[in-house]
Design a protein around this ligand. Sequence first.
Ligand code: ARG
Length: 613
Amino acid sequence: MKIENKITEAVMQITEELYGQPVPEKMVQLQQTRPEFEGQITLVVFPFTKMSHKAPEQTAQEIGEALKEKLPEVVSKYNAVKGFLNLSISSEQWIDVLREIYENPRYGFTPVTEDSPLVMIEYSSPNTNKPLHLGHVRNNLLGWALAKVMEANGNRVVKTNIVNDRGIHICKSMLAWLKWGNGETPESSGKKGDHLIGDYYVAFDKHYREEVRELVAQGMDEEQAKQEAPLIKEAHEMLVRWEQNDPEVRSLWRKMNEWVYAGFDETYKALGVSFDKIYYESETYLEGKEKVEEGLEKGLFYRRDDGSVWADLTKEGLDEKLLLRSDGTSVYMTQDIGTAKLRFQDYPIDKMIYVVGNEQNYHFQVLSILLDKLGFKWGKDLVHFSYGMVELPNGKMKSREGTVVDADDLIQTMVADARQMSADKVNKLEGITDEEAQEIARIVGMGALKYFILKVDARKNMLFNPEESIDFNGNTGPFIQYTYARIRSILRKWEEASPVPSQGGGNGKAANLLPLGGGREGASLAEREISLIQKLQDFQTTVRQAGQDYNPSCIANYCYELASEYNRFYHDFSVLREEDARKRQFRIALSAAVGQVIKNGMGLLGIEVPERM
Ligand code: ARG
């Protein structure tokens, strides 16, 4: 049983014995003792003074004495400060806590079964006319981490993506390629497919702007020129032909989208993210139209004289929302309704989470209401995981057009910087191959990028600073990774020196480390060792909290605190060089458990940890 539970149970009995009334469980408030006081667990006694009819401090004394008597193996000392009863818990108990964590490689995770709730998480959702950028990087990292966190909280998770593969923007790239591409392909040019298409999108825009400028010079007003420019007209014609299923347009569209997908896949792989099921707007938008017409028949929506279909949301405090244009074509919202329909057909969704930037807050507010009206049981409570902008300080990462930071460039730069960092290091790794060095650089560079982005509350806008992110000191991914590598190095050294053959278990040979049974009696741990065990124990509540609040950043900050706590411990105590064999064993086990929790915690963020660095 957990220490907290033992204490809670005892406090309920004690209050009944002393004051003739059992207190309800939720009145027994336990907290971590503040560092300026002695003890580790604090009972808040104020609520009991009503029944004790005594001063808070006196009540605390009384309960403390009774607790010590009732749980002599748990409570070794106590002190009362006003209404706070600070309890010192015996070392044996803490060793039991450590053992539980240490023997369970999945400590902190709730198991997933066939009956677990099914959570669908949508993230990434790019358009196929250009490569992924820094905004997508934040999106993808958040989506992946959120999926891991939900899974760790006992949910079945389906990771999904909705690719916007149709519409005027793709026609622009297609048209530009037809006009100026000379049949260029990713193979012939050596360009990644998404970059190739992106370049034609940019080319379209350049020529289009020139046309508009010319028309304006001839005296046309700007708005009209934007409509009348031959290029945009041609692109619109292409879109019409696409809608009519014109085989030529469709086959070009398929070919060019395939190039883009191959490019996206590379980026996703480098980011370490993946999807269980990908939806395409070209396949969902017609479904949306049907669903809207259904709603129209049921009187949920109304048709205007020009034939367009609208939802009146003024009762909900919103405005009127267009769902089908007068020519019958669908809009962004219609497509989202269609996607929802297909998803619900494919999966028995209990909860739907959309990871989409905060510029679409209103869209998802409306979508939630519409899906609810249309009878989707998860519609009303859909979660829009809304995140803020991320920018880079001006400098080397500015892209060609000067505004967007390309995801592939960013990844490359991070890994190259990490490689450079380790080359510049004073104590370089010995006997390491080029391949290994590159792999470590990949892990560290990506860890720096991911951690820096994920440690920030997702709702906030943020500035991503590559240099700061890769610093080995401070609240960074590499700092935590370095702590992990240090622990692994200790364990390797210990294993090499230890004659005991491996017996399997979650920590390999280390699984036999903790002296079981009789070994813990009479042990006496230092405060710093106990606080490290307490920190380890917190992993469970942190994972729960992250799941409840949809907040991966609390996992990140937890990992930092754990790594810092470990480093303080490591600074103050010897591990391998400890003379007392029992203490040494304990500290090695403690290190192994910290390593395991760091690895699992960082794993929830999609961050790998290196064996050496
Ligand atoms: N493709 C859209 C964009 O780039 C984002 C899609 C978000 N997801 C959704 N279900 N609407 O703005």
